[in-house]
Ligand binder design. Structure first.
Ligand code: NAP
Length: 209
């Protein structure tokens, strides 16, 4: 499968690494083409740099504030695709709240921006970029929490996650992104306290019945 990652920053690198590990083609698109070229070289022969979006799955690895403009710019390439929103809309001045209005989430806002028929899935916002490079922490696979309203789209994302050596957990409809973004905020906010330097991982575990 070809996965386009818009945004060749920290998360672009981490998710790109896992996608390539799963044997997928990775297309990198960045506002600075030099950055996407450099990351494509780093990720190896399965990765390319492009100015437009042509993948079947599109990861928006962008700051919250940049998502609307990028969606508008890449409308054509995004239309009808599976779009992964990874945003944590954190209020960095306090690190206590999200910046989305009550009753919605960054992912639901993205779903309002994309062309009709495009399936938005929330994923990867609870995994730190650093940990995605190895795909595991303390010998345990990363767990990627996934929310969305389209079952097939969630299955597509889950299969990419599993192929990349991680585990996927479907946590329900897209509105659960409101909670996932709070979990993302929590994980960021506690970093100073627990002192891992953004190298920790969250996961849910249980014994099989
Ligand atoms: N870092 C983490 O551990 C982590 C974990 C979970 C979720 N997230 C979320 O992931 C998203 C990305 O975070 P990050 O840490 O990867 O940020 P980052 O390192 O700043 O990377 C963002 C990249 O997007 C590029 N960009 C900005 N606007 C663009 C546009 N309109 N079109 C194309 N590219 C554009 C930036 O280019 P410039 O450098 O030129 O500005 C930069 O290369 C954020 O929403 C964040 O909340 C991050």
């Amino acid at each position: 499968m070809k996965v386009t990652i818009v945004g060749a920053g920290n998360m672009g690198r981490g998710i790109g690494r896992r996608m390539v590990a799963g044997g997928n083609e990775v297309e990198l698109v960045d506002q600075n083409p030099e950055d996407s070229r450099t990351l494509a070289e780093e990720l190896g022969e399965l990765a390319t740099s492009n100015r437009s979006v042509t993948g079947e799955v599109v990861v928006l690895a962008l700051p919250y504030e940049a998502v609307a403009a990028a969606v508008a710019e890449h409308q054509e390439g995004i239309a009808g695709r599976v779009v992964i929103d990874i945003v944590n809309p954190v209020d960095w001045s306090t690190m206590e709240t999200v910046t989305t209005p009550p009753g919605t989430s960054a992912a639901e806002e993205t779903a309002q921006l994309v062309p009709e028929g495009t399936k938005v899935v929330k994923a990867f916002n609870t995994t730190f970029a650093k940990t995605l490079l190895a795909g595991e922490v303390a010998g345990q696979k990363l767990q990627v929490l996934i929310a969305g309203d389209d079952e097939q789209a969630k299955k597509t994302v889950a299969s990419l996650v599993e192929a990349g050596g991680m585990t996927a957990l479907d946590v329900g409809p897209l509105r659960r992104a409101r909670m996932l973004e709070q979990v993302g905020l929590f994980h960021i906010a506690i970093q100073q306290q627990i002192g891992t330097g953004f190298a920790s991982a969250l996961s849910l575990r249980w014994d099989a019945p």
